[in-house]
Design a protein. Structure first.
Length: 194
């Protein structure tokens, strides 16, 4: 077990040296050829060369790296740079024909493309609208906002062709078209100003 730790440490030393030489890789073969270090040398190495990052800092570095990869990839450019796992799974389901895009038109004519499963109900659409709005608000830098969705759905209704969608268990595929419009103009201003 100790041999494996030393080998891993030698590899780590090589990586640290490679990063210190500004992109040019220099590898000392003596360090990676099984040279065993004492515990004191190992402790000194850790104290001198390892930068300690907090969890938040590491997450920021990882997110920035993924955002850079996404923005440079021609197949992934249409995704948001800070994409969530849920968004990726939804896009995959859409590509495989397991999901559909429902364009929800608010009263102020803003259109929200909401992804839902093919067998989605009105309740699933409401959950999709909630996810869409909360993600939009978070990305605009608003931080976590407490919205009473029970109040929103009690006060405002979804309409399709002038018909109020009152049954949450009704499947969206029962409707002939996937476009559903929101009837009340005030909803957008009340939610997004909080």
């Amino acid at each position: 077990m100790a041999g494996k730790e030393v080998g891993a440490l030698s590899t780590m030393e090589t990586l640290v040296k490679a990063s210190e030489t500004e992109g040019s890789v220099q590898c000392d073969r003596a360090e990676t050829s099984g040279h065993k270090r004492s515990e004191e040398e190992t402790r000194e190495f850790k104290e001198e060369n390892v930068e300690v990052l907090s969890h938040r800092e590491i997450m920021h570095v990882v997110q920035d790296t993924v955002a850079g990869l996404i923005s440079n990839d021609p197949l992934l450019k249409d995704l948001h740079p800070y994409v969530t796992l849920e968004e990726v799974n939804s896009m995959i389901a859409l590509e495989y024909g397991q999901a559909m895009v429902v364009n929800v038109r608010r009263g102020d004519e803003d259109v929200m493309p909401v992804l839902v499963k093919q067998e989605a109900t009105v309740l699933d659409l409401k959950h999709g609208i909630k996810r869409f709005i909360m993600l939009r608000l978070t990305r605009r830098g608003g931080g976590p906002i407490g919205i009473s969705w029970r109040y929103v759905w009690r006060r405002y209704w979804l309409y399709y062709n002038g018909e109020k969608l009152t049954n949450d268990n009704k499947r969206l595929k029962d409707e002939s078209d996937n476009r559903i419009s929101l009837s009340v103009t005030a909803m957008a201003s009340e939610i997004e100003k909080k």
